[in-house]
Design a protein around this ligand. Structure first.
Ligand SMILES: [Fe+2]
Length: 389
């Protein structure tokens, strides 16, 4: 009931229940230039397992789609098999990127009706799709840029992924490496949060969108331009569902001396979109070692970050010696609830747009605010190398 105090204009049911309950992120749909090769990359470099596929062989005439999983995280990689499809046009505009952050909900009709009543744009009215494994109900609403949220109720479905997809063998057999202990069984277990970059001056509008349309609430973390570097200012707020399972930080560029990393993203992606996907790992050291060995490039961190006595005092004891973090350029941040370890990849496609974060949480519910400055400086070194600063 306290939610009503925070959200006076959000309609609640008679019982005070969440007006837009979500079970979690169902899957993240990436549009890519070559899904077959992307599936190989996410298998080898991210340790994911290819679970399902659909394409022309299944009568799916426009696209080849590969489903990769790691723990509860599911990625769908969509490549166009011919020109002129909406996916091919999306790819021409944005390059590889996130088209859809699909949310699992217990009641698609109620969620869609609520969202539309609260001002969301409907991209698809509720509908069923059935195959021999059962039925899934879907609807879809628009969010920032050309990004969308498909709403999924899979409670009556028992197939490998979603109707129309067929099970397929993993692309890469990692069993020998896992048995030998040279690779963890999974490099990560879940999606932790997905960050959206939105237009200059529109962050609060999108925070309000998630509050009004999905009943999400603000999390404490707020990043103003006060902690920005000279060049790379941004503003950031975080919204989350009532259970804190779905967390969406939203960034907008702020005025700095020169072009910020958010401006660079908006220019090269061609508008607002998902900036990074943070995946949760329970052993970030093993994950980083395995991913580096497979060729994933991470942002560097200067030695001065680890040698700073202020940092050592601020973070206190963590589960591994700081030297182990320094060796791998893993960042650490602490708040009143605990601490977190995190590291960011370089962009995973040619455009300087989408990247990944690995995060290992020990109590902390934050997003690494204490690291933003060190992180910005690392990103600026990369922007400089690309001639975009
Ligand atoms: Fe993050």
């Amino acid at each position: 009931m306290t939610q009503a105090i925070d959200r006076p204009d959000v309609a609640s049911t008679a019982s005070g229940a969440d007006p837009f309950p979500v079970r979690g992120v169902d899957h993240v749909l990436f549009v890519v230039g070559n899904a077959r090769q992307a599936a190989h990359y996410y298998s080898t470099a991210f340790g994911m397992t290819c679970l399902a596929y659909r394409g022309p062989e299944q009568g799916h005439r426009d696209y080849a789609e590969y489903v990769l999983v790691s723990g509860s995280a599911r990625f769908v990689l969509r490549g166009s098999v011919r020109a002129g499809t909406p996916g091919a046009e999306h790819h021409a505009r944005h390059g590889d990127g996130v088209l859809d952050i699909a949310l699992e909900v217990p009641d698609v009709d109620a969620a869609h009706a609520y969202a539309v009543k609260q001002g969301a744009t409907s991209l698809a009215e509720p509908y069923d799709v059935t195959d021999e494994h059962g039925t899934v109900r879907y609807a879809c609403i628009a969010t920032y840029g050309e990004t969308r949220h498909t709403l999924v109720d899979r409670s009556r479905y028992y197939g490998p992924f979603l109707p129309g997809f067929v099970a397929r063998d993993p692309i890469v057999d990692r069993s020998a490496a896992i048995a030998a202990g040279t690779q963890p069984k999974r490099f990560f277990q879940a999606v932790d949060h997905i960050v959206g970059n939105v237009e200059l001056g529109r962050m609060d509008e999108w925070v309000e969108f998630y509050r009004r349309v999905m009943g999400f609430t603000n999390m404490a973390e707020f990043v103003g331009d006060d902690i920005a570097t000279d060049y790379s200012a941004l503003m950031s707020k975080v919204v989350a569902d009532g259970t804190r399972k779905v967390k969406f930080p939203l960034n907008e560029p702020a005025a700095g001396k020169r072009r910020s990393q958010i401006d660079e993203y908006l220019e090269f992606y061609g508008g607002p979109g998902a900036q990074h996907i943070a995946v949760a790992t329970n052993d970030i050291l093993a994950s980083v070692d395995a991913m580096r060995a497979a060729g994933v490039e991470f942002l560097g961190t200067p030695d001065s970050y680890y040698d700073d006595p202020e940092l050592r005092a601020r973070i206190g004891p963590v589960r591994v010696p700081i030297e182990e973090l320094k060796k791998r350029a893993i960042l650490v941040d602490r708040d009143e609830d605990g601490y977190l370890l995190q590291i960011f990849t370089r962009p995973v496609q040619d455009r300087p747009t989408v990247f990944f974060e690995l995060i290992e949480r020990h109590g902390s519910l934050g997003f690494g605010k204490g690291n933003f400055k060190a992180l910005f400086e690392a990103i600026e070194r990369e922007q400089e190398r690309r001639g975009n600063l």
